[in-house]
Design a protein around this ligand. Structure first.
Ligand code: SAT
Ligand code: MN
Length: 595
């Protein structure tokens, strides 16, 4: 081991893990640039990292074709009682799961180095931040953690001898025999992968995968699943939300936190540049928000992450110029295609397709090939500080005050462009019933309706019925300082299948209406589903859109909404008596309003 660890809990844990996993060596990370460069060099020398000529300090990685995304089927919330994990989570009894996983961990790091990665989620020392330590046998994980979290020896200093942290144990699950050659992307077969959370003891055990949220344990595992359970106990919120700052032409700031299921353009909205003259938008975070009530009673949000782990395919100067500009240097790419001139490429990037490339599996690819060059879940890992529109206050320890919550999904029909909730409880009802049509990025048939409450279905670390109650409780604590709640749908289509709303930069018009609502400047019409912009209240100046299309975009089709009721009832029924009475009543009142 390269340093002496002073923290008692940590040194004890390192010893326990080393005794179980039997690594050849132990290295405690300090988060320095030298450390990063050294790890990258080792990865280049073993042909795992491919340097990109076109982008300084940027590297391409190719995963094993069996290890390309989060594995929700293999993800567990392991609480004493199954009821605590609730109907939306996989569950195994903690004693049983630990026994089983210890069997896998036994000797699993033989032939490898065990890295100890001290990290902070949130600015180091922020009152909202949390300290984690990941133990991993993957150098790829170490360098990704360097970007996605704040890895630093200052974290160890902050821990002192007795400070507490969240232990996150990770192994790719591929021990090496003496003389055995390592593979480019070691991992275990799918049936041996386990992404386990023990929220009652703030503990994460992950085995068998090296990809994204399965392995970078600060993100979905700590910052959402474990943090959501802590947040309930400690009366704060850990949400799957982007955070942005909007500034109007008079210089007034508004902070918006928004939750969307995957494939609804969350990263695009987080970095959106308003088409409306004089309005400014800055990004605070693109995926996760931690929020606490501040001394003034308002809700303050921080982005606990340090980087973006974004989906590459579909990202272009057209769809997200600010993301593209964040990717010029110091980026890690995974499962993108490699062009002949030493750049990355993916489907949906600007310009012509390359005439030849190496696909994500390492094979020749041409436009005539029958498969995609980049994997649909190919990713970039980029520093948030590289984003040209990162908000100057994005690392403010106390966070930014949230004015507006937005929920949404992808719906070709029924759901209008925007509406406001009637009140907080109704807003919680909107979050709890949020739904989206499945796309090629989801499992299941394309076009199916999937309920994904608060976009948290795969990320809630406890019973989702109790999570709904927590939202109601937070509303009571916030009183008249509650953010306003809106629901949006950028994806409504005309009868002939065309998108009715241009989206992207033009979404600023919808956000402007929300800000004007907060200021009491914009009118709204009460409908059975909520408050819709009054005729002419949504700013369409300079936008080429017909009044018929606008009408259709804001139309509330009572009959179509009535037809949704059985699906909502069905969705609510799985929570049994854990469904808050207030949400049951919301559904009843909604039915009544529909007539
Ligand atoms: O792989 S991650 O969980 O980090 C990203 C995602 O699937 O949303
Ligand atoms: Mn996400």
């Amino acid at each position: 081991m390269n340093v002496t660890v002073k923290n008692k809990k940590l040194s004890q844990w390192i010893k326990e893990v080393a005794d179980l996993c039997k690594p050849d060596d132990i290295y405690v990370c300090n988060g320095s640039k030298e450390e990063y460069d050294q790890m990258v060099k080792t990865l280049i020398d073993s042909n795992i990292a491919i340097p990109l000529k076109k982008r300084p300090n940027s590297y391409l990685f190719r995963s094993d074709p069996s290890d390309v995304a989060r594995v929700e089927d293999r993800t567990y919330i392991s609480t004493q009682s199954q009821d605590e994990a609730g109907p939306t989570n996989n569950w195994i009894d903690p004693t049983e799961l630990k026994e089983l996983m210890k069997g896998f961990y036994k000797g699993c790091m033989t032939g490898r180095t065990m890295y100890v990665i001290p990290f902070s989620m949130g600015p180091i020392g922020s009152p909202i931040a949390k300290i984690g330590v990941e133990i991993s046998d993957s150098p790829y994980v170490v360098i990704n953690m360097h970007i996605m979290t704040r890895v630093s020896d200052r974290v160890l200093e902050l821990l002192g001898t007795d400070g507490d942290f969240i232990p996150c144990l990770h192994s790719v699950g591929a021990p090496l025999e003496k003389g055995q050659e390592d593979s480019i992307w070691p991992c275990a077969p799918i049936e041996n992968k386990y992404i386990s959370h023990f929220p009652e003891e703030n503990l994460i055990w992950s085995y068998g995968s090296g990809y994204g949220g399965n392995a970078l344990l600060g993100k979905k595992c700590l910052a959402l699943r474990i943090a959501s359970a802590m947040a309930r106990r400690e009366s704060w919120m850990a949400e799957h939300m982007l955070i942005l700052r909007l500034t109007n032409p008079e210089g007034k700031q508004y902070h918006i936190a928004a939750a969307f299921p995957s494939a609804c353009g969350k990263t695009n909205l987080a970095m959106m540049q308003p088409s409306l003259p004089g309005w400014k938008c800055e990004c605070v975070g693109d995926d996760i928000a931690w929020m606490k009530i501040g001394p003034d009673g308002r809700l303050y949000a921080i982005n606990p992450e340090n980087g973006f782990f974004g989906v590459a395919p579909g990202t272009s100067y057209d769809t997200n110029p600010m993301a593209m500009d964040s990717l010029k240097d110091n980026v890690l790419f995974t499962n993108c295609a490699l062009t002949d001139d030493g750049d990355v490429w993916w489907e949906g990037m600007d310009g012509d397709e390359p005439a030849h490339a190496i696909d994500w599996k390492g094979n020749d690819w041409t436009p005539e090939s029958s498969h995609d060059a980049a994997h649909p879940n190919a990713r970039f890992t980029a520093l948030a500080s590289k984003c040209p529109v990162i908000c100057e206050d994005w690392e403010k320890p106390e966070g930014v005050p949230i004015d507006i919550f937005v929920f949404g999904g992808r719906r070709g029909t029924v759901v209008p462009l925007v509406y406001e909730s009637l009140n907080w409880e109704h807003g919680v009802f909107l979050g709890a019933t949020a739904a989206s049509e499945t796309t090629a990025a989801n499992i299941g048939a394309v076009g199916n309706l999937r309920r994904d409450p608060f976009a948290m279905k795969p990320f809630c670390g406890y019973n989702m019925g109790d999570y709904f109650q927590h939202w109601l409780n937070m509303g009571e604590k916030l009183g008249d300082k509650r953010p306003r709640i809106f629901y949006v749908n950028w994806f409504r289509r005309s009868e002939d299948g065309k998108f009715l709303w241009p989206g992207f930069s033009e979404n600023s018009r919808v956000l402007k209406w929300m800000c004007d609502r907060v200021d009491g400047k914009a009118g709204a019409e009460e409908t059975p589903i909520g408050l819709i912009p009054k005729d002419g209240e949504l700013d369409t100046s300079g936008l080429d859109i017909s009044s018929e299309d606008m009408k259709e975009l804001l139309h509330v089709d009572t009959k179509a909404w009535k037809a949704e009721i059985p699906d909502i009832e069905n969705h609510f029924s799985v929570f049994g008596d854990r469904l808050p009475e207030k949400l049951r009543n919301q559904l009843k009142e909604f039915e009544k309003r529909l007539g």
